[in-house]
Ligand binder design. Structure first.
Ligand SMILES: [Zn+2]
Length: 99
């Protein structure tokens, strides 16, 4: 993925994949680092509950490859799970970063 170091050296860079740090208490930080100035960019945090929801959304998304499955129902469940994950990630981020 290509991105710009907006909060640091302003250079653009590409990164292959996110890094994951275990913060304790089952919380993981998903982030990447600018290779020019080491500025860290946190994508999101996860806890057990969020990772369970992420596993559920992957199961729901697999239903799209089954032509006999109800895709409308799967899309509804996917949207619902996405919303739940977004909200929980927002709450967790505030808890950790205190912003
Ligand atoms: Zn930078």
């Amino acid at each position: 993925m290509k991105t710009n170091c907006d909060a640091g050296c302003q250079k653009s860079f590409e990164f292959e994949d996110f890094s994951i740090d275990k913060l304790g208490g089952g919380i993981e930080k998903v982030y990447f680092v600018c290779p020019h100035c080491d500025k860290e960019y946190v994508a999101f945090y996860t806890d057990d509950e969020i990772r369970k929801l992420q596993a559920r959304i992957r199961r729901v998304q697999r239903r799209f490859s089954d032509p006999n499955d109800n895709h409308e129902d799967a899309a509804k469940k996917e949207a619902d799970l996405k919303q739940q994950i977004k909200e929980k990630m927002g709450v967790l981020r505030v808890k950790i970063e205190g912003v």
